[in-house]
Structure formats: structure tokens, C-alpha cells
Design a protein around this ligand. Structure first.
Ligand code: SF4
Ligand code: SF4
Length: 288
């Protein structure tokens, strides 16, 4: 592809520029409402080496169906065998806008319209960004795949962890230095927890983003100091307790209440809820 920036092809700055350009220029980065406002604030970006031991640990601990980066890459490029040392993961955070967060703070049982729109149209943009990054990197000589966009991507039931997908954008972002898990299992980033994530796996050589934390829950007030639990009080389904996040309760509430509500009220598709992501100390920042 033509490089319109001053960054060298294949560099971290070039990759970041690609994401920022798409975020800035894509008409899909929109809530598709009358105001024409963007779906997302400016992205945060992190990098991980596929050889990071947490990728293998996830595949070992979570379920046999969970992909390592090299397994996801092999599904897209079966004729290009690679080792983990040759692959990097590019991960991004898309923060909700101030307007979306403000609307969502006012609701208690069902999502606000902007939030429902971000879950539908905003996630469509996120999917387009995943495919754009995979295609752009590949055509520039850095074969890349968006695991979440593979036909084989899906959810299964893990014996130990319940419903789980074979690629987790949140866990990937954590390994890429972008945040730590909260009591609700959402990832707290420098822009808080009201965010969504995306990633691609690429045959490219990028330095890993240093971790500004020493454990997977370091930035959550409950885990660090034994205080807060505000996200638990925000959940209308009682799906968050001191024991963590009950995925089945959350899944049922979204499928039975919030998704049908959003569909019938706003005409949006997808599965919005996110009440536990706002009006909390970690909504838009690291709370410590
Ligand atoms: S609201 Fe409080 S307890 Fe919940 S994830 Fe955020 S910091 Fe942790
Ligand atoms: S997404 Fe909704 S149902 Fe699930 S934990 Fe958060 S507030 Fe509760």
C-alpha cells in the first residue's frame, strides 16, 4: 500500500498511523444517527509478541479450543508455517465517547440509545477495522489475520470457565499492555472500562508494549484494595459478585432483556448492555 505518512513501513509508528487514519476517515466510524457523530474516541494501541507465555497459558488454562496466535495465523495462511517468534499481535482499544457515556450513566436497567448504537454500528466499524488492518498489512508484505473475523471463530463452553470464545480480544489487549481485569471481568484501560477491543495477528517484527502492571487485576479497586464493587451494584442481573462475573446470568439478561429492548426501541441489532461499564470509578480512567 502507499505510505502517506513519514513512518517506515513495518514500524510501530506506521501500524499506529494505519489505525488512526482509518479511525479518522472511515465513514463507518459512526453511530449512524442524525448528528453524524463518531462511534468511538481516539484508539489506544498496544503490541504483543506471540511468544509471550500468557498466550500459551490461556490456551492451556481456558479450553482446548482456545487459539494461540500461531494457530489463528495457520487457519488463514495454512501454506505459511511460522513459529510464535515470527508473529506479533496488534491490539487496539476503542473508547466510548463522552456523549455515549453520559447517556448510559442515566439508565439503570436497559442501555441508552447511543450505547446500543455503538454496540451495533460501532462494532461493525470495529469489524471493518479488523479486516482493513489484516488486508493492508498483508498487501504491504506482512501477512495478517483478524482471528475474530475467521469463519471458525465462535463460542463454546469451557468446563472450567463456562461460555468462552476461541479468541478473546480482552485477554489479547491485556497481554499487549493495554489494561487489567476488573471485578466484572471487563478490562480497565487508560481510558477506563467503557471501551471495546480489536486485534490482528501479523508476521511482523514489533517491540512488545511494556506492561505498566504486575498482575492481571492490578488496576481494579476491589482487587487492589478490597473496596468499590460499584460495578456489581450497577448490574441489574446480579451477575457481578465478590466471586466475579457470572457469565450465564449476564448472557441470559442480555438475550432476554436488553437485546430485545434495543431492537424494539431503537431498531438496533447486536447484544448491548454495558450498564456495569459506566457510573463507576473505572468508567474512563484507571481508578487507583
Ligand atoms: S467498578 Fe470498582 S470493583 Fe468494579 S471493576 Fe471498576 S474498580 Fe473494580
Ligand atoms: S453486561 Fe449487563 S448483565 Fe452483564 S454484567 Fe454488565 S450490567 Fe450485568
Amino acid at each position: 500500500m502507499e505510505n502517506t505518512s513519514n513512518s517506515k513501513n513495518g514500524s510501530a509508528a506506521w501500524v499506529e498511523q494505519l489505525i488512526h487514519e482509518y479511525w479518522t476517515t472511515s465513514p463507518q466510524n459512526s453511530l449512524a444517527n442524525d448528528s453524524g457523530e463518531k462511534a468511538w474516541d481516539e484508539p489506544l494501541i498496544g503490541f504483543a509478541r506471540a511468544s509471550h507465555p500468557l498466550f500459551q497459558q490461556l490456551a492451556t488454562d481456558l479450553a482446548p479450543f482456545y487459539w494461540t496466535p500461531e494457530q489463528a495465523y495457520a487457519l488463514a495462511f495454512p501454506g505459511d508455517p511460522v513459529s510464535a517468534e515470527e508473529l506479533c499481535i496488534i491490539s487496539w482499544v476503542l473508547p466510548q465517547t463522552a456523549a455515549t457515556r453520559a447517556d448510559q450513566r442515566e439508565v439503570t436497567d436497559v442501555p441508552a440509545e447511543r450505547w446500543a448504537r455503538s454496540r451495533d454500528f460501532g462494532e461493525r466499524f470495529n469489524c471493518a477495522l479488523r479486516l482493513h488492518m489484516a488486508a493492508t498489512l498483508t498487501s504491504a508484505g506482512y501477512p495478517a489475520v483478524a482471528p475474530e473475523r475467521l469463519a471458525e471463530f465462535g463460542m463454546q463452553r469451557s468446563e472450567q470457565f463456562g461460555l468462552a470464545s476461541n479468541w478473546s480480544e480482552r485477554h489479547t489487549a491485556h497481554i499487549a499492555g493495554l489494561g487489567t481485569f476488573g471485578l466484572s471481568d471487563g478490562l480497565i484501560t487508560k481510558r477506563g472500562k467503557a471501551v471495546r477491543f480489536g486485534s490482528v495477528v501479523a508476521r511482523i517484527d514489533l517491540a512488545a508494549t511494556p506492561h505498566a502492571y504486575d498482575n492481571r487485576q492490578a488496576w481494579c479497586l476491589w482487587h487492589a484494595k478490597g473496596i468499590c464493587k460499584v460495578c456489581a451494584r450497577r448490574c441489574p442481573a446480579d451477575a457481578i459478585t465478590e466471586a466475579g462475573h457470572d457469565k450465564d446470568k449476564c448472557f441470559d439478561y442480555i438475550r432476554q432483556v436488553t437485546a430485545p429492548y434495543a431492537q424494539s426501541t431503537f431498531g438496533t441489532e447486536a447484544t448491548p448492555c454495558g450498564l456495569c461499564q459506566v457510573r463507576i470509578p473505572c468508567e474512563e480512567r484507571i481508578p487507583l
